[in-house]
Design a protein around this ligand. Structure first.
Ligand SMILES: [Zn+2]
Length: 424
């Protein structure tokens, strides 16, 4: 009996060993926790629009005058000054004025895609810190003006499906060519989806920041094609070209951009899942980019836009500062990649970069529908720490000593993984 028990014991240990070897090959490190299939994704830790508004008002009240909160438009106020009270308000939280020539100016937007919430949560935490009395935060504000626009797609953020909160990428507006003065039946911009009843706001911007559809209706309005010709022409109605400023949201953000005329602009998103490489299976927490648009010729006016060398240099420098800020030995925390090469003049980042603003794209891994609120704490840090360190380097001037060529050493995007939550 004893001997049999001993053999059984050895066998068990052997089996355990085998199974642990089989399990020692995770898809990534960390490997989850992911939302299980069929498991209800919980959004309970994310703020609703009302909760966000309440939180912003509280931060303003506690800031001793450091933060000024303004409503700058409404998500369905398409006319005039964008201030008709239709839909949800869009806010700007201003730390400092636009008028001090000795300060660097920074604009930060989040959640241009309604289903990408963590940038909002992360920046609200940062706002609380700036509103507090920490010396290091006050020193930054002595030298840098920072304006936050959290959740610039409030409709998509609060989207519901069959009465259930289900954030979506797109805004909420219907394509209505006649409203814009176009013939009925004119094709919608390529970034409109009937199913979601809205636009991808992040393709609706245009390097011509003053673009308005009504200015390009007739041949006499334009150097090239009319708006109807462009929309009905697949070669021109696509992502190689700027958007048409048909959403109130993109107009509102652009209004704020023009008011601040920032040196630096951040936009915070979410994306898919990657590992660093075949060998290095650390899960990539964020991808970043300093360049998202090529030189651009406006098909309506013939005007040309390109990113100035000095602007491009600053963009690369801030991306390098952000990259270096979250290196922690060989932890997954610092396993950052560059966002894939793109040319998207219709994005806010692309349009603003082509108007002399250095940019940083931050893409946090996972979408709210797949990741739910798992890993939120860590992922918020991966957005917050780079932004904080960049603001600090702008404040103390150290950013200008950064070697921008280090940007080229940031690993390229690779090894995209399938969404682990939907894998069979
Ligand atoms: Zn996005």
């Amino acid at each position: 009996m004893k001997r049999a028990a001993k053999l059984l014991g050895v066998g068990l240990i052997f089996m355990l060993l085998l199974s642990s070897i089989a399990m020692a090959q995770p898809q990534s490190i960390p490997n989850g926790p992911y939302v299980e299939r069929e498991q209800n994704v919980s959004f309970s830790s994310f703020m609703t629009n009302e909760e966000l508004a309440d939180t912003l008002k509280k931060i303003e009240a506690s800031s001793k005058g450091k933060m000024e909160l303004e409503v700058v438009g409404y998500s369905n106020a398409i006319n005039g000054d964008l201030m008709e009270e239709e839909g949800f308000p869009l806010y700007v939280a201003k730390f400092g004025g636009a008028d001090d020539p000795n300060k660097k100016r920074v604009l930060i937007t989040t959640q241009i895609h309604g289903n990408e919430p963590l940038g909002t949560e992360a920046m609200v935490e940062l706002m609380k810190q700036f509103a507090g009395s920490g010396k290091e935060f006050n020193e930054i504000l002595d030298n840098v003006t920072v304006w936050f626009m959290p959740r610039i797609n409030p409709d998509g953020a609060m989207n519901e499906v069959e009465g259930k909160w289900s954030p979506q990428r797109r805004t909420h507006q219907l394509w209505d060519p006649e409203f814009l003065g176009l013939p009925a039946g004119t094709e919608a911009p390529w970034y409109y989806r009937d199913r979601e009843k809205g636009y991808d706001e992040n393709r609706d911007y245009n390097p011509n920041l003053d673009f308005r559809p009504e200015d390009f209706i007739t041949e006499a309005d334009t150097e090239g094609m009319t708006l109807e010709q462009v929309l009905n022409n697949g070669d021109r109605n696509n992502s190689d070209f700027g958007g048409f400023y048909v959403t109130p949201e993109s107009r509102i953000v652009t209004k704020v951009f023009k008011e601040l005329d920032p040196d630096v602009y951040f936009d915070i998103h979410h994306r898919g899942f990657n590992t660093v490489s075949e060998e290095d299976i650390r899960s990539v927490p964020i991808q970043i980019a300093a360049v998202v648009a090529d030189p651009y010729t406006d098909p309506f006016t013939g005007n040309e836009y390109e990113v100035d060398d000095s602007v491009l240099k600053l963009g690369k420098q801030i991306n390098v500062v952000g990259y270096q800020a979250i290196q922690r030995g060989f932890s997954h925390y610092g396993a950052i990649q560059k966002y894939p090469d793109v040319n998207l003049p219709g994005t806010s980042l692309g349009a603003f970069a082509l108007n002399d603003t250095a940019i940083m794209l931050i893409e946090i891994k996972g979408q709210s529908g797949s990741l739910g609120q798992k890993q939120n704490g860590m992922l918020k840090q991966t957005a917050k720490v780079p932004v904080y360190e960049i603001l600090k380097s702008l404040a103390d001037g150290s950013v200008s000593d950064v070697d921008e060529s280090l940007y080229d050493d940031i690993p390229e995007s690779s090894n995209r993984m399938r969404d682990p939550s939907t894998m069979e």
